[in-house]
Design a protein around this ligand. Structure first.
Ligand SMILES: Cc1cc2nc3c(=O)[nH]c(=O)nc-3n(C[C@H](O)[C@H](O)[C@H](O)COP(=O)(O)OP(=O)(O)OC[C@H]3O[C@@H](n4cnc5c(N)ncnc54)[C@H](O)[C@@H]3O)c2cc1C
Length: 483
């Protein structure tokens, strides 16, 4: 088949504003899309059924788009380093194109796939689609990768960013001989979660697919972007975009999102509005910051950035960890947040910071336990953002100054003063007084009557304990390593 180009979708499940796909189409007389279910990913211990469910929903819509636009789409299964080169060879592809990724496993896998394709004499073309600025494109004045967000943001903000690229255009349909050649490829039927041993979550709280992601972006831009800074820290308000799952799996292009912010800036009628939009842009930059650092420091995936933390004396009490997971710590704001996660697969950012601080600094449990639990339950679970968020919360990451310890009561008083969020996720406490809910000072008899646990630790005592251990680790190792 002349000038057949195979496009390999991975975390870019869309036909609109897809840089690699747009390039592939420009090279092809016949474009074939594919997705490969990789057993190495499917059987990892950081998989969440809800994220897989979301992925299948995105994939279903992607397949429909391909069908509608008359391009073949192949669902494959197996080790990509074997499957992709073999399929490309069987199809007689002149090139295979994909969008690059920052994760260490993806990089290794992609190198192997590239080798396999090179051995078969097939061209490989890869581009950065999921980032507005490529990791190799910016560095400090000394020529090093950034390890601190603020100078990163200053540089990143000034970089030129691409506009959305052209959507996938309709193909001409297949000739008989092209159909025959495609029939030779071993494809799989559309799978279900049960095929991989996962039970189907009852409900998805975020609709999968690029149509839904686009709608979500438009609604957020109309409804909340101009008030983002004021509302983003109030978990009872729907004040953030909830685009994280779509961004993780590429149901929406980052260029389209950036363009929306630029258009909003163009229309902004006040400095205050401008500030709100820029704050959201800064969150998008946090996403890129964490991807850049993971790309440059792949060892982050395996443990703390600050090496003294490798031997931090954690308590790692399994019963307390279980109570944290189930939302039964006796601290209402922490428990409400964990119940939101367990029910919906999503948690508000403010609450992610509160529960992460509680796990690491109140329970003194290794942040990697929390990191894994989040990956196993989040619909938007993403190695770079999750690892970055956990290391930030544990003070083991790049930006560890000052040592932050969140007081759950102060956080609830500030960000859930009417206890609306707490009541939503802890219905057993509905009739408890607001001031008791936010301070967490619920009398023991009331707790008993509501079947709600006593606090499993004392916050003040634990924060003193954590500070002491932190100081010790610092002193013991400061002669060898700067903490
Ligand atoms: C302990 C911890 C774990 C986290 N784990 C993840 C994760 O696995 N996946 C994930 O996407 N985000 C993670 N975050 C970041 C953040 O909480 C979520 O991105 C955000 O809550 C998603 O909601 P939203 O789409 O409404 O965000 P919005 O406030 O609308 O922000 C827009 C987008 O910017 C990005 N973003 C926003 N804040 C951050 C941030 N702090 N770090 C990186 N990217 C950000 C996300 O892609 C988000 O969708 C974590 C944060 C913490 C503290």
């Amino acid at each position: 088949m002349s000038n057949l180009v195979l496009f390999w979708h991975r975390r870019d499940l869309r036909v609109r504003d897809n840089l690699g796909l747009s390039y592939a189409q420009s090279r092809a007389n016949l474009l074939v899309g594919c997705f490969c279910f990789d057993p190495q990913i499917l059987h990892r211990d950081d998989i969440s059924p809800i994220r897989l469910h979301y992925l299948l929903g995105c994939l279903q819509e992607l397949q429909q788009h391909y069908q509608h636009l008359k391009h073949p789409f192949l669902l494959l299964q197996g080790q990509p380093e074997q499957v992709i080169p073999d399929v490309a060879r069987d199809l007689g592809a002149i090139a295979v194109v994909w969008n690059r990724d920052v994760e260490p496993y993806s990089q290794l896998r992609d190198r192997r796939v590239t080798e396999g394709l090179n051995e078969r004499g097939i061209e490989v073309k890869t581009v950065w689609d999921q980032l507005l600025v490529a990791p190799e494109a910016i560095h400090t004045q000394a020529g090093n990768p950034y390890t601190v967000y603020t100078p990163f943001w200053k540089n990143w903000q000034g970089q030129k960013k691409l506009n959305p690229v052209s959507d996938l255009q309709p193909g001409e349909g297949l000739t008989q001989s092209q159909k025959k050649a495609l029939d030779r490829v071993e494809v799989i039927d559309f799978p279900s979660l049960k095929d991989w041993g996962y039970s189907e979550p009852e409900k998805l709280f975020i609709t999968p697919g690029e149509r839904a992601a686009q709608r979500q972006l438009e609604e957020f831009a109309d409804r909340s972007l101009e008030t983002y800074e004021q509302q983003r820290n109030t978990p009872s308000i729907d004040g953030t975009s909830k685009l994280s799952a779509a961004l993780k799996l590429g149901a929406i292009g980052i260029r389209r999102i950036w363009q929306t912010t630029q258009e909003a800036i163009g229309k902004a009628a006040s400095d205050r509005t401008l500030k709100n939009i820029q704050t959201w842009q800064q969150e998008l930059a946090w996403r890129e910051f964490y991807q850049h650092v993971l790309y440059h420091f792949p060892e982050l995936a395996d443990g703390p950035y600050r090496s003294p933390f490798k031997c931090f004396p954690w308590d790692n009490n399994p019963q307390q960890f279980q109570a944290w997971c189930e939302g039964k710590t006796g601290y209402p704001i922490v428990d409400a947040a964990m119940r939101q996660l367990n029910t919906t697969g999503w948690m508000h950012n403010r609450c992610r910071m509160i529960v992460a601080s509680f796990l690491t600094k109140d329970l003194i449990i290794n942040w990697q336990w929390g990191e894994q639990y989040f990956m196993q339950h989040l619909i938007d679970g993403d190695l770079a953002a999750n690892n970055g968020g956990w290391q930030w919360s544990a003070s083991s990451g790049m930006d560890a100054k000052p040592l932050r310890i969140f007081n759950p009561a102060t956080q609830a008083q500030k960000f859930d003063p009417e206890a609306q969020y707490i009541r939503q996720w802890l219905p057993e406490l509905k009739s408890v007084q607001t001031k008791d809910l936010v301070t967490g000072n619920i009398p023991p008899l009331v707790r008993q009557a509501c079947n709600y646990p006593l606090p499993i630790v004392n916050h003040n005592q634990q924060q003193r304990e954590f500070k002491q251990r932190y100081q010790q680790v610092k002193e013991n190792l400061s002669s060898r390593v700067e903490l």
